[in-house]
Design a protein around this ligand. Structure first.
Ligand code: PHE
Ligand code: FE
Length: 291
């Protein structure tokens, strides 16, 4: 995950590309225990809720409940599958650095793990979110290609002044995406699969809208940065995501410059509606930080 508020120089001890050693031997037993607790909770919840591509990835990487994964072992498996590697970073990195890594099939992951009292909520992505949430999908060749293309697209969006629009695409796919399957709606977004609460909320709560994925529509929709989403977008397949994003975005950005945003809870006549949400949860939770 990137953030434009991150400092522009790497912190002391980090390389110019912001990477650090994972220093796996340095994790304490208590830190491994946090991973184990989180892993066990999600492993019990995700079958029948996460998509097959995610669950297969989890298995292929041999991510398990023994403790925090060692990137050296993780990367041997991941790299053989799709050419991706995971690199450790101290925390959020500047947008340009983040996109540069993605464009080279490197996924920047926080080294640190949340404290035991932060199991359900934390402000910065930690190693559980970054590795458990994101890396299983990177074993899927279609998704792996999408993430690389997104990195290149991010560098371009920065130059064109359209990053706020492209960031919404990342948010509503990579972080909070749902997918339609023959068995019903399934999760592929990392922000959901790494969150106990949102795993259930995103699929089962009557509050949020669940709408068919449309590229332009998604890029016009702000998102919640501080709470469960008010809208989720449903892909028919991962291939659709890759196909839609392989087109040249320059004309799309031009259109976006003329079109207003769509309210976060709106349903338009063009939307394919899976769920018309009550928005009861959002109404009951007053703060509304959006981007
Ligand atoms: N095709 C997009 C462009 O021309 C780049 C992109 C690819 C964006 C994949 C998002 C995901 O800018
Ligand atoms: Fe993330």
């Amino acid at each position: 995950m990137s953030a434009d508020h991150a400092a522009s120089c790497p912190p002391e001890g980090a390389r110019p590309d912001w990477t650090i050693d994972q220093h796996w031997d340095g994790y304490t037993p208590a830190e491994h225990q946090v991973w184990i607790t989180l892993y066990e909770r999600q492993a019990a919840l995700l079958p029948g809720r996460a998509c097959d591509e995610f669950l297969r990835g989890l298995k292929a990487l041999d991510l398990h409940g023994d403790g925090i994964p060692d990137f050296r072992q993780l990367n041997a498996r991941l790299n053989a599958l799709t050419g991706w590697t995971v690199v450790a970073v101290p925390g959020l990195v500047p947008d340009e650095v983040f996109f540069e890594h993605l464009a080279n099939r490197r996924f920047p992951a926080g080294r640190f793990i949340r404290r035991p009292e932060q199991l359900d909520y934390l402000e910065e992505p930690d190693i559980f979110h970054d590795v458990f949430g994101h890396v299983p999908m990177l074993t899927n060749p279609t998704f792996a290609d999408y993430m690389k293309a997104y990195g290149e697209g991010g560098l371009r969006a920065l130059r064109l002044g359209r990053l706020h629009n492209l960031a919404r695409l990342y948010w509503y796919t990579v972080e909070f995406g749902l997918m339609q399957t023959s068995d019903g709606l399934r999760i592929y977004g990392a922000g959901i699969v790494s969150s106990h609460g949102e795993t259930v909320f995103s699929l089962e709560a009557p509050s949020p809208n669940r709408l068919g994925f449309e590229l332009l529509r998604v890029m016009r929709t702000p998102y919640r940065i501080d709470d469960f989403q008010q809208a989720y977008f449903v892909l028919p397949s991962l291939q659709r995501l890759l196909d839609d994003t392989l087109q040249d975005f320059a004309p799309i950005y031009e259109q976006l410059g003329r079109l207003p945003d769509i309210a976060i809870d709106a349903i338009t006549p063009q939307d394919e509606v899976f769920t018309r949400g009550s928005q009861a949860y959002a109404k009951a939770h007053a703060s509304e930080a959006t981007a």
